[in-house]
Write a protein that binds this ligand. Structure first.
Ligand code: NAP
Length: 330
């Protein structure tokens, strides 16, 4: 009987995620029941959200200990028990950290075989669309806005930086080391990137932008968000895209003086999930594709090989070792 290699979340971490939270196990391959597909996994998207799913329920249910780790990815249909998909089709959607995933067809989308698969996990996928809709539909950025973007070197961040620059904004980024800040400035062409771990961050930001920020594109939350709220212009817009500082910790840390600083600065904070903009997706993809084709929107990937590397890839992303989009190729 054919076997399948799965990476199981064997326990939830009390603090930071560690390799011993996972175990690679060989199990019997589940054949597809009615409405299901058996998929050979080709590419896995490693996302900050994977850690949030382990912590608790988000826009999807929490991942329970003892179950296979789910992840967005692309694979090939090996066996179909659905009238929507045939053997040999490529599909994208929620798969697993596994060689093979058996999934219901209703959550999967067929991929055109001529499409570059990396595109679908980068600018033409969740990362690019999150950056685009966050900036255009929530931040409502305009030419000459001064915008600050956190996790600037990461997958959503690198697209947010480039899109804001292409829209004519003055763009500042935040990243976790001098080397990554240099990478952001040289590869993404923004005006300045500063190390958020620097104890003089507030002073450093004030030196570069003495009048403050029109927009903060926040991927971090926590105490960094608190610091930045004090640097916003009157009526500034804060786009709450993610809260990575709160995903890989045992207990949550607050931003203090909420809503005090929001009231006195007349700030607007608004959160979103990329799927909120499903109806506007095609227009966004057209714009993102045109920018990419012209060379104006660049893609950087941090690629790992082999299923076994998935835990390391996620742990490295959480500790800031990645620059660009983290992908595991099987
Ligand atoms: N709203 C939505 O629909 C949506 C969709 C996709 C993603 N997101 C959000 O976008 C954010 C980025 O996700 P991603 O998957 O693209 O990951 P990513 O940016 O590629 O990687 C995460 C980065 O976060 C930074 N980081 C880690 N811990 C941090 C901390 N305590 N404080 C500040 N920065 C920290 C690290 O870089 P440095 O420390 O070196 O800067 C790391 O490289 C996440 O918050 C995620 O939840 C939201």
């Amino acid at each position: 009987m054919k076997k399948n290699k799965n990476i199981i979340l064997i326990k939830k971490p009390e603090n930071k995620l560690t390799p011993n939270c996972f175990s690679l196990v060989e199990e019997k391959l589940n054949l597809p029941r009615a409405g299901e597909l058996l998929i050979k996994v080709k590419l896995l998207s490693i996302d900050a959200a994977n850690r949030a799913w382990i912590q608790g329920a988000t826009y999807r249910s929490a991942v329970s200990a003892g179950t296979v780790m789910p992840a967005y990815g692309i694979g090939e249909v090996i066996s179909s028990n659905s009238n929507r998909f045939a053997e040999g089709d490529l599909v994208i959607g929620e798969l697993n950290w596994a060689e093979y995933a058996t999934k219901p067809d209703k959550f999967l989308t067929k991929v055109n075989k001529t499409t570059d698969l990396i595109d679908l996990l980068t600018y033409a996928g969740i990362a690019g669309l999150t950056a685009y809709h966050g900036l255009m539909d929530i931040s409502k950025i305009r030419e000459n806005d001064t915008i600050l973007i956190s996790t600037a070197a990461g997958s959503v961040g690198m697209f947010a930086c480039q899109i804001a620059k292409l829209t004519g904004c003055k763009v500042l980024g935040l990243s976790g080391s001098a080397d990554k800040c240099e990478w952001v400035e040289s590869k993404l062409g923004i005006d300045k990137c500063l190390n958020y771990k620097d104890p003089t961050l507030t002073k450093n930001l004030k030196e570069v932008c003495p009048n403050g920020f029109d927009v903060y594109f926040d991927n971090v939350g926590g105490s960094l968000l608190e610091k930045i709220l004090y640097l916003m212009k009157m009526k500034g817009r804060v786009t709450c895209c993610g809260a990575i500082s709160q995903y890989d910790v045992g207990s949550l840390t607050p931003p203090r003086n909420i809503p005090g600083i929001i009231i006195t600065r007349r700030l607007k904070l608004e959160g979103f999930i990329v799927t909120d903009f499903y109806n506007k997706k095609n227009k966004a993809l057209k714009i993102l594709s045109n920018w990419h084709r012209s060379g104006a929107l660049k893609v950087f990937i941090d690629k790992y090989s082999g299923l076994e590397s998935a835990p390391e890839a996620l742990i490295n992303l959480l500790s800031g070792k990645n620059s660009g989009k983290t992908i595991v190729e099987l």
